[in-house]
Design a protein around this ligand. Structure first.
Ligand code: GDP
Length: 295
């Protein structure tokens, strides 16, 4: 993951990581290289520029050139800024409701159904919750089947009603079913389209208004680069969601979208998906990710 970005940043910081002499010129050159590496990794132009400006300012402010190990300090500055750019601290998930309702949004194929299962499994195993999955995709019967397969795999019940074609009433019925059956978490998997469209946005906004979720999460395929950022913006404009789930970070992704999304929508990345298996879920730790990127 993030291999090409890591490699490039590594190259950019190479001079500084060694104990060679550091001059103002190679600090400037290094920040330029860092910026190029970010741009190559699909990081939004404006964000990359602001990022490197901040790094340069900090480096000058902390008098990097006068310290004993300027290279290491420079690497630390880049790492800290990268961590900040991705959200600073890890942000938790709000489970204060009874039951806590978690609404999934995102395009078709982004990994919503898979992630719904992963999250249910995680909350069951790590947080001792008793989740219920709710199938709200009324357009694709296969999507309902898929959620049932996932539910069977992890031993979590799935609420569905193939006769009901109204996703809003389905979602409400799912929450009512959870209440009646002692489930303290409800995860609602919704329909996704291949592209952002008005009907889809209206539908998910209506579901949200009907069930008042503690968490509305936006699921996005990290392999889709800048498109991921645009989709995130479109969903956030309508839903004002609470957090982002980045899926497919196990793939050959350049990872820049991960860095840009947080800055563009100003919402935390909460979890990442790192594979197709139900266990392939991780809490997103910005500092850990920055470490990984910088190697
Ligand atoms: P949905 O249409 O948004 O519900 O997407 P799905 O959950 O059906 O996922 C679409 C495809 O992506 C499926 O083949 C999943 O197995 C795959 N997938 C989902 N999450 C991940 C992930 O984190 N890594 C990888 N490699 N594949 C994933």
């Amino acid at each position: 993951m993030f291999d090409s970005l890591s490699e490039k940043l590594d190259k950019a910081l190479h001079v500084l990581k060694g104990h060679g002499q550091i001059t103002e010129i190679n600090v400037a050159e290094t920040t330029k290289e860092v910026r190029r590496a970010l741009l190559d990794a699909d990081v939004n132009f404006k964000i990359a520029k602001e990022f490197t400006n901040r790094v340069k300012e900090k480096a000058l402010g902390q008098n990097v050139l006068k310290t004993l190990q300027p290279g290491q300090l420079m690497v630390k500055i880049v790492k800290d800024e990268l961590t900040e750019l991705m959200g600073g601290d890890a942000s938790g998930i709000n489970l204060s409701g009874s039951p806590s309702v978690i609404l999934m949004s995102g395009l078709q194929g982004s990994g919503k159904t898979t992630f719904s299962g992963k999250l249910a499994n995680y909350l069951k195993k790590k947080k001792s919750k008793n989740p219920l999955l709710v199938a709200c995709d009324v357009y694709r019967p296969a999507a309902i089947d898929q959620l049932h397969v996932v539910g069977d795999q992890i031993g979590v019940p799935v609420f569905s009603d193939r006769e009901n074609q109204d996703p809003v009433s389905l979602a409400k019925a799912g929450v009512a079913h959870a209440k009646a059956n002692g489930h303290n978490v409800v995860i609602i998997d919704t329909a996704g389209r291949l592209a952002v469209d008005e009907q889809m946005m209206t539908e998910i906004a209506n579901i949200r208004d009907a069930v008042s979720p503690q968490e509305t999460l936006f699921v996005v395929d990290s392999m889709t680069g800048q498109d991921a950022v645009n989709t995130a913006k479109a969903f956030n404009d309508v839903l004002d969601f609470d957090g982002v789930i980045l899926t497919k970070l196990d793939g050959d992704t350049r990872g820049g979208a991960a860095i840009s999304i947080k800055s563009v929508v100003n919402k935390p990345i909460k979890f990442i998906g790192t594979g197709e298996k139900m266990e392939a879920i991780d809490v997103f730790y910005p500092a850990r990710m920055a470490d990984r990127i910088l190697g």
